[in-house]
Design a protein around this ligand. Sequence first.
Ligand code: SF4
Ligand code: SF4
Length: 199
Amino acid sequence: MKQVVVHPERCVGCMQCMLACATAHSKTLHLFTAVREDPLPKPRIHVGAGIHGEGFPNRCRHCDPAPCMLACLPGAISRIPETNTVVIDPDTCINCASCAMACPFGVIRYHGDAAAPPGKAVAVKCDNCTARQKKGMVPACVEVCKSGALTFEEPASALGRKTREVARSVSRDAGGEPIAPGFALLNAVKRSQIEMEKR
Ligand code: SF4
Ligand code: SF4
């Protein structure tokens, strides 16, 4: 089953994914009109900065079992089996924040939302762009990310590819297929260290 896979070593911190996510969850689905909506649409993916300014796109992992789902006493959180997506029903949510306290990744926020009753703050998080997937589209964050930091694919194939990239990054004479920029940098650092140790 395809999922949004994060490749933080490719993120350039442009935050286009946040903008696209907020727009995809607006009433009008268009940036120029979405910015005038009430409530103002907000993203469900958040790009944080590492100690060297590296971007890290943080999003819901749709854990199984999901701690947020176990913590929600009113039963507002459920899983869509077809897409393995954990979703929150804004009509049932009582805004108690238990799910955010249970989430190990800090991806749940509380605010008004286009899908929530008017004036009601609810728990909001990534829904894997379920509405877009029903139309045969990929999640908005993936579509807009031009650096390849977000992909929509089978996790097993992504992990296999990443394992090969990491292995190649420590190989002195890699050659052949190109490696990702982040790993190329690691490769260069590793080679420098080896050269310095030789002196
Ligand atoms: S759009 Fe891609 S490169 Fe830009 S911040 Fe988001 S994940 Fe990073
Ligand atoms: S804030 Fe809403 S979704 Fe989260 S645990 Fe409470 S009722 Fe459930």
